[in-house]
Design a binder for this molecule. Sequence first.
Ligand code: ZN
Length: 441
Amino acid sequence: MHSNTTRGFAVVLILLGAAWLSVGSFSDYLTGNRKMFAETPACDDASWCASIRDLFIIDAHSDTLLHRDPSQATDFGHVDLARLIQGGVDVQVFAMASVAPKIVEDDDKTTADDSAVCGSWDDGDRLGIFFPLKEPFHPETWLSPMGRVDRLINRFDQAVGKQASDGSTLVRIGTKADLDALMTERNSRDEISVGALLAIEGAYWASEDRGELTRQLDKLEAAGVRMIGLTHRSSNQLAGSNEDCWDRHGLTDLGFFAVAEIWKRNMVLDLAHASSATIADVAQLSSEGKGGPVIVSHTGVKSACKHDRNLSDEDLRNVVRSDGVVSLGFWTTVNCIKGAVTAQQARLAIARSFAVAYQILSTPEFAAEMGPGYETSSHIALGSDFDGATLVPADASAIPWYLEGIAKVEADGQRVFDRASIENVAGKNLLRLLLGAMKNR
Ligand SMILES: [Zn+2]
């Protein structure tokens, strides 16, 4: 062991101790092993859940790369190749976060109106503790957000294309041809490939120098990144975050430049974590005919659960005005799941967020604004946030169980989502978005 490594170890040990002393429940976050129920809850109707596995299913957000190689089977956390196959998932989006502020109690300093927490750089970068602990042999990740992205890309590269002992494989999705190949294989064989798509969660590495920012985006495009979110839980040089303690501004000049560059590269712009002002700026670009593909990869809905992290009614409408897709999450915080609840109650809270989003987006006024051909269910999708700093009822193998909950949810005594809507929500919408955004090959 050479001396750099030894020094590295010493630093890690010190940080390890400091981390445990200062951040309490951080160990949950570090391990990412948080499920409400140890056993995957059983479907009410097993044959319905079996039939739903045949749909093309896409989940828009997981943080698994932060923790481990998703091609390796494990009983830890929420996502791995084996459990994606069990859940009938065809494509999983793997996000790469590189900065995450410590979330603090919101006392006097916030600009916020509703929730009790906010994020600020001033309170420390949690991933600045996480990476030294998780990546002791990769000091390039300790202080550099782009170093962290590079490391996660490397892990992704290791994960894709490797065949597991049962012949299953995680395959890279970077082009329309990749998606076509996946669909063809899926129809001819017994679903043993799962597509994997790379995404960025928060562009804190973005250079203020436009030439350099262009080169950064070129590099990420070449590495296979197909979805980019500008912010995480604090505002930055590009855009405002919806949880920032101080300033939830819209797109900056550099942000407008970055968005145009992202769309130029046939990538999807992710507005998860973005401030209302940022979402409105993007809708404005769309109305001027300067828009591009838009997603909110993992979120909740304020009208179902009041939280700054969630979309307001106007945010929801602005995403749809941008022809975007809203992917709703499964985790407790954004669905206001609190205390001891049953699996059924937890699932109902999640399904209710889907129903409330549907209702907000299907009022006669909004349908009239969107014009003929508008279909509400074409704008709602799945965005689990598996393996994030999240507590979810069940892991990726339970996707059919989650979908059954969404299919059964009622408003005014009637089911909100019919079979065609469920197909849209399960994957058709995200498939359309990705096919529309990506290059042929
Ligand atoms: Zn997130």
